[in-house]
Write a protein that binds this ligand. Structure first.
Ligand SMILES: CC1=C(/C=C/C(C)=C/C=C/C(C)=C/C=O)C(C)(C)CCC1
Ligand SMILES: [Fe+2]
Length: 547
């Protein structure tokens, strides 16, 4: 297990050709670009948690049935400072670090001393976001990093919107505009959740060569129930007209965070799950940009991933992967992910796919205790309570899955299939599955000693059905005889179409995206082109030039 989790991975800067077996569909052309932690020790110092690892981007470029692989560490300030000091000098989720006192290399570190809420890491290890023509590596702090082979420019969200944390799971609308949300901790003492929009394109006259990020606008904000302990969240949901945000009782303690550096404790130790509290369900109307005033709530739970949300009849249905507690984050301490991990790494609650139903119009005269959900497609309930609150109870659809993906063309709309990794009592996936919400049946893929990453759906060009397309997943193995490979499954029947094996040490990644097209990855931007882009402040890049 240490091989998969704790070991530093070498970057593969030159593209290496994969050995393809089977047949890759001719229409599948593009680059699968993914992100995840790849370096867990620097010099003699080691990170405590798997989510602390330095971001390693990797990509599979598929063209005319051939696949090329490459990988590169994100040249963040954090990476550069660590490498230069030859030890960890920037704090991460589970590791508190101190700047190198001998070298004035890293200004971020020094602002720890002068701000109540310290400057966070720019080690963007979780996901990739597309913004207009640009791609960014993302994490959960205020930093995103434009991925460009020459500049690897850092972008501080705070230049455009007042937030200290942001999710690494933005949504996209039909026009490609980005919708994301973050938490503003220090805005005049009013802790709030901020939903913001970054347009994909800006009319030339307004753009003046500037990045679309300059046109970021606050869409709506929601005050935190508690000023000093806002909710932690990893994603949110959107339907055609609404946004779903869960204010869960898994919270950050701002006072603890402000003193963490002095006390020598990690950010993770400033988070706590309050099982005695409720989970508040905020529904924001995208047309009015205002929250629906009714107070909806459910029992305490921990959600990292929203799957989808859509409107049906007079209610909004939304699906999430939920836990009874926060044991997931506890299990990814590297000390647990060793040879005894089967014993050490048991989740105390299995992640379950739960469907919630929230009534959009609450009849003031409805009887207390009555179920306000009238749609026949779900057994989820929403009970009217005496103080006009509504208590929502979910329908459990499936037990034992994480890292959900859908056909994104169905995001916000009625949908049928969830692609995910199967996990039971251990957080590490051993199977990929397709769950059919309509028939409640599953299809699975697994192979001995194989550890699959999040399965990503790519639609076929002339797709008619929701599952007309393929599934891509990067697989690492614990069998030294079996090199890692990109698995390509037919999304309809889950049969293997092809695999592309590469003789490299591959890391287990977290999230990513597929960039369709034939130009990705083969052409590198020349320094002159980059300079021209930079001058225009647009920095357009395509495909694998991102690495
Ligand atoms: C550094 C930092 C944070 C980092 C959180 C991370 C890195 C979370 C990763 C989550 C993943 C990978 C979840 C997968 O499902 C916090 C807690 C926001 C608090 C502020 C400082
Ligand atoms: Fe995630």
């Amino acid at each position: 297990m240490d091989l998969i989790f704790g070991k530093n991975k070498k970057e593969q800067l030159e593209p290496v050709k994969a050995k393809v077996t089977g047949r890759i569909p001719a229409w599948l052309q593009g680059t699968l670009l993914r992100n995840g932690p790849g370096m867990h020790t620097v010099g003699e110092s080691r990170y405590n948690h798997w989510f602390d690892g330095l971001a390693l981007l990797h990509s599979f470029t598929i063209r005319d049935g051939e696949v090329h692989y490459r990988s590169k560490y994100l040249r963040s300030d954090t990476y550069n400072a660590n490498i230069e000091a030859n030890r960890i000098v920037v704090s991460e989720f589970g590791t508190m670090a101190y700047p190198d006192p001998c070298k004035n290399i890293f200004s971020k570190a020094f602002s720890y001393l002068s701000h109540t809420i310290p400057d966070f890491t720019d080690n963007c290890l979780i996901n990739i976001m597309k913004c207009g023509d640009d791609f960014y590596a993302t994490t959960e702090t205020n930093y995103i990093r434009k991925i460009d082979p020459w500049t690897l420019e850092t972008v501080d969200y705070r230049k455009y919107v007042a937030i200290n944390l942001a999710t690494s799971h933005p949504h996209y609308d039909g026009a490609g505009d980005v919708l994301n949300m973050g938490t503003s901790i220090v805005d005049k003492g009013k802790t709030k959740y901020v939903i913001f929009k970054i347009p994909a394109t800006v009319p030339e006259a307004k753009r003046k060569g500037k990045s679309p990020l300059r046109h970021t606008e606050v869409f709506c904000s929601i005050p935190s129930r508690s000023l000093l302990s806002p909710s932690y969240y990893h994603s949110f949901g959107i339907s055609e007209n609404y946004i779903v945000f869960l204010e869960q009782p898994f919270r950050l303690d701002i006072l603890k965070m402000a003193t963490a550096y002095m006390r020598g404790v990690s950010w993770a130790s400033c988070m706590a799950f309050h099982r005695e509290d409720k989970t508040y369900i905020h529904i924001i109307d995208q047309r009015t940009r205002k929250p629906v005033p009714t107070k909806f709530y459910t029992d305490a739970m921990v959600v990292f991933h929203h799957v989808n949300a859509y409107e049906e009849g007079d209610c909004i249905l939304f699906d999430v992967i939920a836990y009874e507690d926060n044991s997931l984050y506890q299990l990814f301490y590297l000390a647990n992910l060793n040879k005894d991990f089967e014993e050490n790494c048991r989740l105390t609650s299995v992640p379950t796919l739960r469907r919630f139903a929230v009534p959009l119009h609450v009849d003031k005269n409805a009887e207390v205790g009555s179920n306000l959900i009238k749609v026949a497609s779900t057994t989820a309930t929403a009970l009217k309570e005496k103080d006009d609150q509504v208590y929502c109870q979910p329908e459990v659809l499936y037990e034992g899955l994480e890292l959900p993906r859908i056909n994104y063309a169905h995001n916000g709309k009625q949908y049928r299939y969830v692609f995910a990794a199967e996990v039971q009592w251990s957080p590490i996936p051993t199977k990929i599955l397709k769950y059919d919400i309509l028939t409640k049946s599953t299809l699975k893929w697994s192979e001995k000693c194989c550890w699959p990453a999040e399965p990503l759906f790519v639609p076929a060009p002339s797709a008619k059905d929701e599952d007309d397309g393929i599934i891509l997943s990067a697989i690492v193995s614990t069998d030294p005889q079996k090199p890692p490979f990109l698995l390509i499954l037919d999304a309809k029947n889950f049969t293997e179409l092809a695999r592309a094996s590469v003789a490299v040490e591959m890391h287990l990644d977290l999230h990513g995206l597929f960039i369709p097209g034939t130009d990705g990855g083969t052409r590198s931007q020349t320094p002159a082109e980059t300079q021209a882009d930079e001058a225009a402040d647009s920095g357009s890049i395509t495909g694998l030039m991102a690495l």
